[in-house]
Design a protein around this ligand. Structure first.
Ligand code: SF4
Ligand code: SF4
Length: 178
């Protein structure tokens, strides 16, 4: 039995402990192919595409435990809308202005995002310290269960490079519709 087999879930064949180094290598190697494939999906029937994505989303998240990963929290920032800022500031007992000053900056799209990465609210065990108050964007990430998936194929491609679950979903959809 090799080391990899040791870490493999016998049912799903997905790793129990996420090997992010290996994920980065695999997703980078497939980047060109995935970009092209996801771009072809823009022409698909939107309802059919939603059904396919929502099914693989359900299947893959039954097999992947985000607590073994947290790559989204480690490498990207959610957008913080005003309502998010107010909710999190309240939870942290900070004034919204102080929260912004301490944690956020405005990006090139004029959105509030984190100043630093990994996210300062990610703890050592991959738990979110502001879980109950986390931004809407964190709640909805990686957006593969939303309606009108056809509109977010470019974002989904970007997420194949961040999220092992999205990478796996795209691999399964490729097999489904070849
Ligand atoms: S959403 Fe994706 S990137 Fe984030 S923790 Fe879960 S599997 Fe990892
Ligand atoms: S607020 Fe929580 S869920 Fe959102 S990026 Fe930070 S640690 Fe992750």
């Amino acid at each position: 039995m090799d080391d990899n087999e040791n870490l493999t879930n016998p049912v799903s064949k997905l790793p129990l402990a996420m090997d992010l180094e290996r994920f980065r290598e695999k997703s980078t190697n497939r980047a060109k192919e995935n970009k092209k494939f996801l771009s072809t999906l823009k022409k698909k029937n939107p309802r059919k595409l939603d059904e396919e994505f929502h099914q693989v989303h359900k299947d893959v998240f039954k097999e992947i435990d985000c607590l073994t990963c947290a790559n989204c929290c480690k490498t990207t920032s959610p957008i913080f809308y005003q309502v998010d800022i107010e909710r999190i500031s309240k939870a942290l007992r900070l004034k919204p202005g102080d929260f912004i000053e301490q944690y956020l900056h405005v990006d090139e799209d004029k959105d509030y995002v984190l100043k630093t990465s990994p996210c300062p609210f990610l703890d050592g065990d991959n738990y979110c310290k502001v879980y109950e108050s986390r931004p809407k964007a964190c709640r909805e990430y990686p957006h593969t269960d939303r309606k009108k998936m056809v509109q977010i194929m470019d974002l989904t491609y970007k997420n194949t490079l961040v999220c092992p679950a999205v990478f796996e979903m795209v691999e399964r959809i490729k097999k489904l519709i070849g």
